[in-house]
Design a protein around this ligand. Sequence first.
Ligand code: SRM
Ligand code: SF4
Length: 564
Amino acid sequence: MSDKLHPNEALKENSDFLRGNLAEEFADTSTGAISADNQQLSKFHGMYLQDDRDVRADRRKRKLDKAYSFLIRVRMPGGVINPEQWLKMDYLADNYANGTLKLTTRQAFQLHGVIKFNLVQTVREMHDVALDSIAACGDVNRNIMCNPNPDLSSAHAETLQLADEISAHLLPQTGAYHEIFLEGEKVLSSEPEEEKIYGKTYLPRKFKIAIAIPPSNDVDIYAHCLSFIAIIENEKIIGYNVSVGGGMGMTHGAEDTFPRLADIIGFITPEQAVDVAEKVVLVQRDFGNRQDRKQSRLKYTVERMGPDGFTSKLEEYLGYKLQPAKPFEFTTNGDRFGWSENSNGNLNLNLFIPGGRVIDTTHYPMKTGLREIAKIHEGEFRLTANQNLVLSNISPSKRKEIEPLLEKYGLTTALDSSAMRLNSIACVALPTCGLALAEAERYLPDLITDLEEILENCGLRHDAITIRMTGCPNGCGRPFIAEIGFVGRNPGKYNVYLGGGFFGQRLNKLFKESIPGEEIKPLLTPIIQHYAKERNNGERFGDFVIRTGYVKATTAGNNFHTLT
Ligand code: SRM
Ligand code: SF4
């Protein structure tokens, strides 16, 4: 391995704590783009330069510049916002972006299609309702995930509070975001600026944290750098099991890159959680790979050091030992759709949002419907880790006002979908994602319609099977832990993976490579029919395809690519 640091390291170090010359470039009206260096820095402020790939070839032919715009990702720990914030995001989508809101797989919003000259104004208006995009992307801790139904018990409320605390603790300290977007000039201080936790070069790569309350693994803890699994006794959280070293991204054809499930390394008390989060970050800061960004995620640090070696180093940083992990059980990683009741008698409604895309179409004015609800809703909006939405904390009397709106705008119709559709995730992919090799969000719904015909015929319409599609192997829809995963290989072609664990506990395995979309239904039909006929009582699809020999079980990330 070369010991030459990746160029991004010098870029971060020399960026004056993430300022670069972003302010000048955002003000430059001669182009809709920014320099390559500033593109890297803008990520730390939650923004990516993109271009509309649907029109790229045509514009090239006509010798036009790419159709540049930015995506803005909002940081919102646990995915919770109030109706006023929903209305603001809805407004920003219509006035500065492409008229849609994307609910992401990390319980956040994305606005797409914001042109450079509207970035500052958009951020200012987000700030007016206490929303920001600081550290939503970049080599820092990202949006922290947490079970989206905190009102169901005091434990849920406690985990949401922990998500907030860790998020605040690990937030970059630089004043760059405020200067560039809010103040418009450098705020002078007598104290020298520093990043106490991260240092000048921040982390080697992105860092992700989740908190789960068993039996729900809706946040997919095994796909995270660091997770906290709440251990509850007598309805109280007595502490958390800690897991480290999960992640999804890999590169086709590069076997030294692979998805990896996190290892559970011990148990801690609730008071230790923020400290543990900080020290895991510090170990990664000091021992993560800064030469090769394809090897720099925490999962590779844990793989290299081994879970025991990593834990020893962590304990050295902590100055105390972790206790042995406590028993717990996950049974699902899906959402709990429909109405549910809180301990205070109020209600939640978990809606299905296909692909997480809040949009109005001629037949389904979903975005308008949610806006009308936001105008009268007194509870919260909670984004789920499966790209769906919970309207939470609705009083029984408010329910009476909200139900006619749900009916009028057809918002609950999608809840009658097949269990496969309700358990589906698709990443953004085309046309905005610069890394997409194939469609995902725009294609998976149609593919599921095809598969639903078989499910219906086999009597499996109400059987949950997790199905996820991403446009490339970066894994933004966490496809490598789905029972059926599709990963873009080339335009219109997908690698098909089978055998993931139903509650996110096992990686899947490559079943067929580079299959054209239209061949997926014939490929899967006999397997689904076989499952319907010969599954054992309660046997999950992912377990069945392993037992019956369609694929071998993947037992660890480092044998993900081993097919026999
Ligand atoms: Fe992701 C990069 C979208 C969750 C792994 N991801 C991207 C970019 C920014 C493409 C880029 O770098 O140019 C995508 C923007 C597309 C667009 O047009 O919006 C993108 N990622 C998304 C979202 C919006 C997918 C979605 O449909 O919901 C999710 C936003 C989450 C958020 O709110 O923060 C999203 N990305 C994930 C997840 C899932 C998760 O975190 O639970 C993963 C896999 C878990 C992991 O990190 O290992 C994920 N995204 C990646 C990677 C691969 C990282 C790696 O370790 O190799 C990249 C590429 C990279 O970092 O180089 C990437
Ligand atoms: Fe883009 Fe690939 Fe992520 Fe999909 S998985 S959003 S195609 S980077």
